[in-house]
Design a protein around this ligand. Structure first.
Ligand code: ADP
Ligand code: MG
Length: 242
């Protein structure tokens, strides 16, 4: 991998993982770090292995080799709920809510791994997404696409994550909603939530993140400061269409 700069103190440390679906290997010796206080973006075209990477980090898939550490503890063999308990929450691609349940029921489901009261967090989520408070009794599947995406993020926040992983959150959203979403992601940093952002909206993602990684055909080919990636010739040519 060609590295433009090295990350600082590591919160998440993925090292040389290999991941397969049955006999088909999809990720090859993949490494990636998220430092404390960072927003890190993972870029790559369709089929590059981005979703597979975040599934491995959150325990939905297990690597055949390599290690994944969160706050210095190995998590690569843990089941998903234990990883959520440690503070890593994934907002998956597409519809991430329980469609027949109401907004409030969905949000409370997000807090299922917590032993403490989630009331304060619910209030925070409603402050970030006022629309969700207005529609708290409404069935999730009757929300607009943008509102459903907000609900999915709100639900993830209810577990009080230290690291939230967003898999293509802007996919299919209207441009103005994409901007709202980016603002929300910036706010998460103020709330001291670290973010690993998977995006095809390369320009926006690099503008709001600190560092980025570029994944191609299951291998990390480039990483660096987002500001450097924005002006990198290869990134410009391959992902920004410049
Ligand atoms: N459940 C699966 N079984 C077999 N192959 C899969 C499965 N999910 C994804 N793949 C394959 O793994 C590769 C990476 O997919 P994915 O991680 O979803 O990429 P991305 O999220 O970057 O679009 C693709 O070639 C895809 O076809
Ligand atoms: Mg994907």
């Amino acid at each position: 991998m060609h590295t433009l700069v090295r990350g600082s103190y590591k919160m998440l440390e993925v090292k040389d993982i290999n991941v397969s679906y049955g006999k088909v290997q999809v990720l090859w010796d993949l490494s990636l770090n998220v430092g404390k206080g960072e927003i890190v973006t993972l870029l790559g075209s369709n089929g590059a292995g981005k979703t597979t990477t975040v599934k491995a980090v959150t325990g939905l898939l297990h690597p055949s080799s390599g290690s994944i550490k969160f706050l210095n503890e190995n998590i690569e063999k843990l089941p998903p709920y234990k990883i959520v308990k440690k503070g890593v929450t994934l907002v998956p691609e597409g519809m991430a809510s329980f469609p027949r349940m109401s907004v409030i029921e969905n949000l409370l489901m997000g807090a299922y791994t917590r032993q403490d009261s989630a009331d304060d967090t619910l209030e925070q989520v409603y402050q970030i997404f006022p629309k969700l408070r207005e529609r708290d009794k409404q069935r999730a599947d009757t929300l607009s696409g943008g509102e459903q995406r907000m609900l999915a993020i709100g639900k993830a926040l209810m577990s009080k994550p230290k690291l939230i992983i967003l898999d293509e959150p802007s996919l299919g959203l209207a441009p103005n909603l994409v901007l709202t979403l980016l603002d929300v992601i910036r706010k998460l940093r103020e709330e001291r939530v670290n973010v690993l952002l998977v995006e095809q909206n390369v320009h926006h993602a690099l503008e709001i993140s600190d560092r980025g990684y570029v994944l191609e055909k299951g291998r990390m080919i480039l990483d660096g400061k987002s500001s450097d990636l924005l002006t990198d010739d290869y990134v410009k040519k391959s992902y920004l269409g410049i």
